[in-house]
Design a protein. Structure first.
Length: 170
C-alpha cells in the first residue's frame, strides 16, 4: 500500500495536467485566457535503500553522487513487494512519470516521508553497531540522493520543502 501512494499521486498530477489543457481550450468561453499552472507535489517516498542488502557497504562508503551507479548494479528487479517500502526502481519510475506528466511545473512541493519505515533499525542491523553518527550520515546521504534524483528530472523547477513539526499530545 505504501509503495503505491507515490505512483497514485503522480498519476493524479497527470490527470490534473490533462484537465488543465481541457480548461485552457475552453477559456474562450469565459472571455479569454485562464491563468492555470501546474504544481507537482511529491510525498511519501518511503525510500528503502536497504532493499538489496548486498549494496549496503558500498552505499555507506560512497557519496550520494555514486548511488545511481550502485543501485543500477543491483540484481534486484521490479518495483518491490506489496506492503513494502519503495525500492530504487519504483522511485525512479515514479520520478520519470512525474517528469512526463508535469514537465513544466511551476514548482515542486516536497511534503516529507522520505525514509522507509524502520530505517534506523535496519541501518543498525546492517551496520552491525548502533553508532548514531553513522546513521545520521547515512540519512543525510539518502535524502541528498533523492534530492539529486528530483533535480535531475526537474533541473529548472523551484523546489519547496514543507517542514512539519511532530507534537505529542499529553
Amino acid at each position: 500500500m505504501r509503495a503505491t501512494v507515490l505512483i497514485l499521486f503522480v498519476f493524479l498530477v497527470g490527470c490534473a495536467s490533462t484537465r488543465s489543457a481541457s480548461i485552457q481550450s475552453r477559456a474562450s468561453d469565459y472571455g479569454g485566457q485562464l491563468d492555470i499552472g501546474i504544481i507537482l507535489s511529491l510525498t511519501d517516498f518511503h525510500f528503502d535503500p536497504f532493499y538489496d542488502p548486498k549494496l549496503f557497504r558500498e552505499l555507506v562508503q560512497s557519496p550520494p553522487s555514486e548511488w545511481t551507479r550502485i543501485f543500477d548494479s543491483s540484481q534486484v528487479s521490479g518495483y518491490g513487494e506489496y506492503g513494502k517500502d519503495s525500492n530504487y526502481n519504483l522511485v525512479v519510475s515514479a520520478l520519470n512519470h512525474a517528469a512526463r506528466v508535469a514537465p513544466k511545473a511551476e514548482f515542486i512541493l516536497l511534503a516529507g516521508d522520505w525514509l522507509a519505515y524502520g530505517f534506523s533499525d535496519t541501518y543498525y542491523q546492517y551496520a552491525g553497531n548502533r553508532d548514531p553518527q553513522g546513521l545520521h550520515e547515512f540519512i543525510d546521504k539518502t535524502i541528498t540522493f533523492l534530492t539529486q534524483r528530483i533535480r535531475e528530472q526537474f533541473p529548472d523547477v523551484p523546489i519547496y520543502q514543507i517542514c512539519v513539526e511532530n507534537f505529542s499530545r499529553p
